[in-house]
Design a protein around this ligand. Structure first.
Ligand SMILES: [Zn+2]
Length: 302
């Protein structure tokens, strides 16, 4: 039995499923009243690790703090805005770019001693959001998940065989057919995957195909921010503000410069609870075609 001790809990290896399980007995739930992330007298967070300062002295646009209920010894919360009712879908392009640059900054900062640093964001209680103030999370893990390992092997094999990044071929195919493209802005492109794992799943990628999201230049990041904002606004309008999970797929620690990996953002709306076949087999059942989903979202974008 393989066990790794970490931060008050443990990781146990599931031999049959081929994946780690995180055990965190007694992990608390965040208090929500008053909001601990809103600036002001009710503000209550551990000491900040990083901030993007605002225009006025002492103010901030985005800040990072350690998670009060951590899953690992490297677990931070990125408070995306001082405004409680702000959201990626209704922010400005610059505000969304600020959040993405915070992801870059904290991804780099939490790498030391980790195998993998993950960045994710949940919106809506169906997606597991416990505090309604807009925030995302960055977690450094002492292991590489089986999913990340599989993805890595696929990309490496493809590159060895063809000399091209896997994601470059996928994107070239999507751009030439066009039927699953949601929006494109310079190198940043959003599309619905050919075989999605959830209805209205969308990926945002860059034609520059870099392994490390943290190394994306500010100019390119601005284009990504715009596409992300437009896609999230289209999802909000099309699906009446759905719960969703947004996950950054980027390089495992130590592979920042390999030519075969490409970062991507995965947006998965949470529209239905998995049942029946999905639970029995792990095979997703998706009730809307990706081509139709892409067209509906495309039509929502001016
Ligand atoms: Zn708040």
């Amino acid at each position: 039995m393989t066990v790794k001790q970490w931060h008050g809990g443990e990781l146990r290896w599931d031999h049959l499923g081929g994946e780690w399980t995180v055990l965190t007995p007694g992990r608390g739930a965040a208090p929500a009243d008053p909001c601990p992330f809103c600036p002001g007298p009710g503000e209550d967070t551990p000491p900040e690790t990083w901030r993007l300062p605002g225009e006025e002295n002492g103010t901030w646009r985005v800040r990072a703090v350690p998670n009060r209920y951590p899953l690992s010894d490297r677990h931070e919360v990125i408070i995306e805005s001082p405004r409680h009712d702000w959201d990626l879908a209704n922010g400005t392009d610059e505000e969304v770019a600020d959040v993405l640059s915070a992801w870059q900054e904290r991804h780099r900062a939490l790498r030391h001693g980790a195998e993998q640093v993950v960045v994710f964001r949940s919106r809506g209680s169906d997606a597991g959001m416990s505090l309604s103030h807009p925030h995302s999370q960055v977690v450094g893990l002492p292991v590489l998940s089986a999913a990340a390992r599989r993805e890595l092997a696929t990309m490496r094999e493809h590159y060895d065989r063809s000399g091209r990044p896997f994601a470059a071929e996928v994107l070239a195919g999507e751009l030439s057919s066009g039927e699953r493209i949601v929006h494109a802005n310079g190198p940043a492109v959003a599309f619905v995957p050919f075989a999605p794992s959830a209805p209205f799943e969308v990926r945002v990628v860059s034609a520059r195909h870099r392994a490390d999201f943290a190394a994306v230049s500010p100019g390119e990041l601005a284009g990504v921010a715009r596409v992300l904002r437009l896609v999230l606004a289209a999802l909000r309008d099309e699906l009446d503000d759905p719960s969703y999970n947004l996950v950054l797929h980027t390089t495992p620690v130590g592979l920042e410069h390999v030519p075969y990996l490409s970062w991507s953002l995965h947006i998965r709306p949470k529209l239905a609870t998995p049942a029946g076949l999905e639970l029995a087999t792990g095979i997703p059942v998706v009730t809307i075609t990706p081509e139709h989903a892409a067209k509906s979202l495309r039509d929502r974008i001016p």
